[in-house]
Design a protein around this ligand. Sequence first.
Ligand code: 3PG
Length: 195
Amino acid sequence: MPVVVVDRVADAVPLARALVAGGLPAIELTLRTPVALDAMRAIAAEVPGILLGAGTVTTPAQAEAAVDAGARFLVSPGATPGLLAAMTATGVPFLPGTATVSEVLAVLEAGVTEMKFFPAEAAGGAPWLSSVASPVPAARFCPTGGITAASAPTYLALPNVGCVGGSWITPKDAVAAGDWDRVEQLAAQAARLGA
Ligand code: 3PG
């Protein structure tokens, strides 16, 4: 899943179109820039067939604002009780973030079995996920953070990993240059990883 940072609203629609054309119809647009919500509204209005999600949701207010702007799922780097309650209240699917076994157990206690593992590489990577598969079999993960096209297959081979995410599919320089062909090629390469 592409983890996307948009600095200019004008980039949002061509970027989203390139990802869909490359075979990645689900995108996580991060709420890390002042234009993120406007970018989300533009994509929701102009790119049919996309499954648009909001990433970097760190406050209850952001969860609500993102859904109002057209997000159909939410992703958070963490999972405080307030954030879990707010994301649940939106009614859309969401991936809370976890990086320790206690956090995984807290998310499971809240009734959520699918979660983000972040920051994946820094927090233990594929060996960590492999180690928790047996003691905590109910949890399924979308690892993100430091993952590349080269390391993604190792993650995807794990029984408790449903997808991986990362920004390698939309490199800063390609987005800054409006190089949508390159983004489409990287998306196509990433789409083949899951085949
Ligand atoms: C995220 O929010 O999931 C990460 O920032 C993505 O990490 P990456 O930029 O290292 O791929």
